[in-house]
Every structure is written in structure tokens, then in C-alpha cells.
Design a protein around this ligand. Structure first.
Ligand code: KE4
Length: 429
């Protein structure tokens, strides 16, 4: 693989854009090397500016669940664009997608569209604080809910990747209201409620964590959090920016049978265009402006192009009775195939997988929280990443990220991926 053009473009980007990227996780800082500049994507594949082609296991960090540039989504966006790009007024289309989501996701009566997962989670926390009249929130180490101040405390994703889980610029006043617990440690959450009685507005959690690598809830962890919230008058917020419409059409609430008070969305519901959302029952959502006093707004919230891309994506998923069975089966086949090869190479590893989300951790036998994710051998992951990259397999450029399987990845792509993996040279890093 040649990366000359990516390299030249990165140098130029570095001159005008901080770190050369508009989102830190895209830079190859943790895995090393020059970030690859893409110029096109179709189905299971992306093509870079040096005309190298890759099988894509990031899928834009989740949104491209159908695969890239699905023809029906493309057609729908083109048609919508002929009617204009943005009006800044209510549109029928916003009601159509809101109704569609409310009718398909458990325990929500209303939904507010925004333009990113960060906005969705930031607004959900403000609403929870306004509704409960309490200030504190509980988040989990290694979980990432976007880059608003309250969340950049022991955050996952890029914050963990670059070793700055507590970002400068977040004031002590803000940080004091964010309480931290270890993922899957219900005793720590009980302690926090005991020591902050009547002060905790909400718990916010990734019901399946994807920002410390993929980490699953264990021993009825979500059910226990539900019970603690009920006992302490706090709201349970499921951050389903990754899991929403990915784990199932009803998301993690459907898969785990746990009722959240607020649910946030992003990624898939925009089909690749900028969309986030937060939703809940009337009793809570009615506190949101203009009906209630909790303010939240956005110039491009409900943008018609993004709504059309999202609604078309969701309708295509809904109309395919085998959609989730297929992508989950693909992930299982990849999981078992990688596991078999790494075992044959005597490489100790663990693969965490839920639905079509998965990640590989090296030199560790189980990962159930951020500390264990950090104990994994990330140098070996970085080596693994580059050996696959130069053979046309594009993984998330960090061991603290999740792989996302799309419906465009079929037997051909799986066979090619496993063939590359068999050649993986394992130097004992
Ligand atoms: P955005 O603001 O990036 O749309 O969403 C923030 C967010 C919220 N909640 C969860 C569970 C998320 O995974 C995210 C964003 N995920 C990262 C990937 N780990 C986005 C990639 C990036 O930061 O560029």
C-alpha cells in the first residue's frame, strides 16, 4: 500500500485544522502512522486518495449500518435536496420520523432531534437535572457520551485513547457534579447514592459500552441500575448513540428488557448525515422548551436532508425481517474466525461482542470495565491494526473503540479478512 497522497494531504491539513483532523479519533495518534484520507465509499468498501481499497469495519463509527452509499438512501437524499436544504421551520418530515421512532422504541412518547450524539446526551442531562431539580450525575469510567463538559471525566473513546480522560478546560464546578463508578460495579453505584442522597439527578450509561472497546453489562447490571434509580428518585439514561437501532430495532431497552427514563440516539438515525436525538415519556419531555422551562435548541435540528437519510435508513432496516439476524451472524462468524486464528497463533486475547458490535483485546482473558481494557496490550493492537490496514482491512484506529459490522459485509469480505489475519505476524511486543 502507498500512502503518499494521504501523507501530503495530512501535512496540508495540519496547517489549517488542529491536529489535521476534525475529530481526534480519526488521527492515528495511538496506532501511529499517517491517517488515511478517504475519497469514496460504497457498500462494504472505502477507497483512499492513493486508490487503496479497504473493507470497512468502522462504517463511519456506526452510521453506515446498511453499508456505504446505499442506493435507496442516496436516491432519497437527492430527491429531498431538490426541495431545498434547510428551512428553519417545522416540516411534516420531522413529525414522520419522530412518529416512526416513537412507535418502534419502547418507553418513549416524544423525541427531540438535534445534530450530534454530544448534543443529545448534553441535552438529556440538562433535562434530567431540570426535571429532578438535582445537580449530580453518575457516569462510568470509560464510557463516552460526547464532549460536553460534564462528560469529560474519565471519558472513553478518543479521551481514553490519548490518555486525557479528564480534559483541561472543564471547571472544578462542573466536575464536582459528575460522579464516577466502574462499569459493572453496582456496589460503587450504591455507595454513590448513599453518600449523595437526594442529590443525584440521573445515571447515564452506554448499555453496551463501545468507547473502551466493546464491554458488556454483566450479572443483571442494567436491571440493578434501574432498581437503584427507582429507589433514589433518579432517572436512568441509556446512551444509545451506538446501540440504538444497531442491537435491535428497539435498541438495548428491547434486548435487555430494561426501561430507561431517557434514551439518546445518534449515528444510525441519521444514516450518515448529522443527527442526534433524545427521547422519553411525556412526563419528562414536557419540561422541554417551548412547552416547559428546560431550554434546548438548534439551527439545523430536524434538517430535512438528515431526516430523509435517517428515515429511509430506518425504514429499510424495518422492512428487512432478517436484518439483525444477518448482521449479528456476520459478527459471530468474524468473532469465531478471528478467535480460531489467534488461538492457533497462541495469542492470548478476548473478543467482546454484542450484536454487530465487537472488539478484540490482546493479552488479557476478560474485559468488563475500563481498568481491564487499559490492561490489554494496546501495542499489539496497534501492530495488528497496521498489518490489517496494509492488507486492505480498515479497523478503528484504537483498541478503545468498537468495530461496527454493516449489512454490506458478506462471505467474500469475511473470507478476505480472515485470509489476511492468517498472515498476521505476531512479534511478542
Ligand atoms: P457525536 O457527538 O460524536 O455524534 O456522539 C457522541 C457519542 C455519544 N455517545 C456515544 C455512546 C458515542 O459513541 C458517541 C460518539 N462515538 C465516537 C466513537 N467512539 C464518535 C467518533 C468521534 O469522536 O469522531
Amino acid at each position: 500500500m502507498k500512502y503518499e497522497r494521504s501523507s501530503a494531504l495530512f501535512d496540508e491539513a495540519y496547517r489549517y485544522i488542529p491536529g489535521g483532523v476534525n475529530s481526534p479519533v480519526r488521527v492515528f495518534k495511538s496506532v501511529g502512522g499517517v491517517p488515511v484520507f478517504m475519497k469514496s465509499a460504497k457498500g462494504a468498501y472505502m477507497k483512499d486518495v492513493d486508490d487503496n481499497t479497504y473493507i470497512d469495519y468502522i462504517n463511519s463509527w456506526g452510521p453506515a449500518i446498511l453499508g456505504h452509499t446505499h442506493p435507496e438512501v442516496l436516491e432519497a437524499i437527492k430527491k429531498q435536496a431538490e426541495n431545498g436544504f434547510s428551512y428553519g421551520t417545522p416540516t411534516e418530515l420531522e413529525t414522520e420520523i419522530a412518529k416512526f421512532i416513537v412507535e418502534n422504541v419502547p418507553n418513549i412518547d416524544q423525541i427531540r432531534m438535534v445534530s450530534s450524539g454530544t448534543e443529545a446526551c448534553m441535552s438529556a442531562i440538562r433535562l434530567a437535572r431540570g426535571y429532578t431539580q438535582r445537580d449530580k450525575i453518575i457516569k462510568f469510567e470509560g464510557c463516552y457520551h460526547g464532549h460536553s463538559d460534564s462528560f469529560l471525566i474519565k471519558a472513553g473513546s478518543g479521551a481514553a485513547t490519548f490518555g486525557n480522560p479528564n480534559s483541561p478546560g472543564v471547571t472544578a464546578g462542573t466536575a464536582k457534579d459528575t460522579l464516577l463508578a466502574r462499569y459493572n460495579d453496582v456496589e460503587q453505584v450504591e455507595d454513590l447514592f448513599r453518600h449523595n442522597q437526594g442529590e443525584i439527578a440521573a445515571i447515564i450509561i452506554e448499555p453496551v459500552a463501545g468507547n473502551m472497546g466493546c464491554v458488556l453489562p454483566q450479572n443483571d447490571f442494567l436491571q440493578k441500575l434501574r432498581k437503584l434509580c427507582d429507589e433514589n428518585g433518579a432517572l436512568l439514561i441509556f446512551d444509545e448513540v451506538m446501540t440504538g437501532f444497531r442491537l435491535a430495532f428497539g435498541g438495548a431497552q428491547e434486548v435487555y428488557g430494561v426501561k430507561a427514563d431517557l434514551v439518546t440516539f445518534g449515528k444510525v438515525i441519521g444514516g450518515g448525515l448529522p443527527v442526534g436525538a433524545f427521547a422519553g415519556r411525556n412526563e419528562i419531555m414536557d419540561h422541554l422548551a417551548p412547552k416547559g422551562a428546560v431550554y434546548q435548541a438548534g439551527t439545523l435540528s430536524g434538517n430535512p436532508l438528515a431526516m430523509r437519510a435517517g428515515l429511509t435508513t430506518l425504514q429499510l432496516i424495518k422492512n428487512d425481517a432478517n436484518f439483525y439476524q444477518n448482521i449479528n451472524k456476520t459478527a459471530e462468524t468474524l468473532d469465531f474466525g478471528i478467535g480460531k486464528i489467534l488461538n492457533e497463533k497462541n495469542i492470548q486475547h478476548v473478543i467482546n461482542r454484542k450484536g454487530s458490535m465487537m472488539s478484540v483485546f490482546f493479552h488479557i482473558s476478560s474485559v468488563s470495565n475500563f481498568d481491564e481494557a487499559a490492561e490489554a496490550n494496546h501495542s499489539l493492537f496497534n501492530n495488528f491494526f497496521h498489518q490489517l490496514l496494509k492488507n486492505g482491512i480498515y479497523l478503528p484506529p484504537s483498541g478503545y473503540e468498537t468495530w461496527f459490522i454493516s449489512d454490506a459485509i458478506k462471505q467474500t469480505e469475511l473470507e478476505k479478512t480472515l485470509e489476511v489475519l492468517r498472515k498476521f505476524e505476531y512479534s511478542n511486543l
